[in-house]
Ligand binder design. Structure first.
Ligand SMILES: [Zn+2]
Length: 135
């Protein structure tokens, strides 16, 4: 259980990172395109044609078409949002804590996170509690 929650948390962080990378890539593309299209009377079609023809030079003979960068950035952003949406629910639940159940006296108590071993606050035994997520 503990491992699952941690994986969801790292999923949340990964989703956030993907979103940031996607936004950063698109921002860089826009930053490069803007001086070339902002003077145009039809910014959107100018931007579109600029993205299809423009390239971003990275040096060492490496260059990428801006449209490819834009698509990659958008794909990364959407992947990040998707991962975020998947992990968000469990992440919120897990941050509220979990409900542990003593296997002996069957009493429940709240804990900040799932534990392999815990002292039951009711019968004071060192137990391996069952974990349930609060509703
Ligand atoms: Zn107990």
């Amino acid at each position: 259980m503990r491992r699952i929650i941690r994986r969801k948390k790292s999923g949340y962080a990964a989703g956030l990172t993907l979103c940031l990378i996607g936004m950063l890539v698109m921002l860089v593309v826009l930053w490069n395109a803007w001086p070339n299209v902002s003077a145009s009377p039809d910014i959107f079609s100018a931007l579109k044609s600029y993205l299809w023809t423009g390239k971003l030079e990275f040096g060492f003979g490496i260059s990428l078409k801006l449209i490819h960068l834009t698509i990659a950035g958008a794909a990364t952003l959407f992947l990040g949002i998707f991962v975020l949406a998947l992990s968000r629910q469990v992440f919120l639940v897990s941050s509220e804590g979990v409900l542990l159940q003593c296997p002996f006296c069957k009493n429940h108590w709240k804990a900040r996170r799932a534990k392999g071993f815990a002292e039951c606050p009711y019968c004071r035994q060192f137990v391996q509690p069952a974990v349930t997520l609060p509703k």
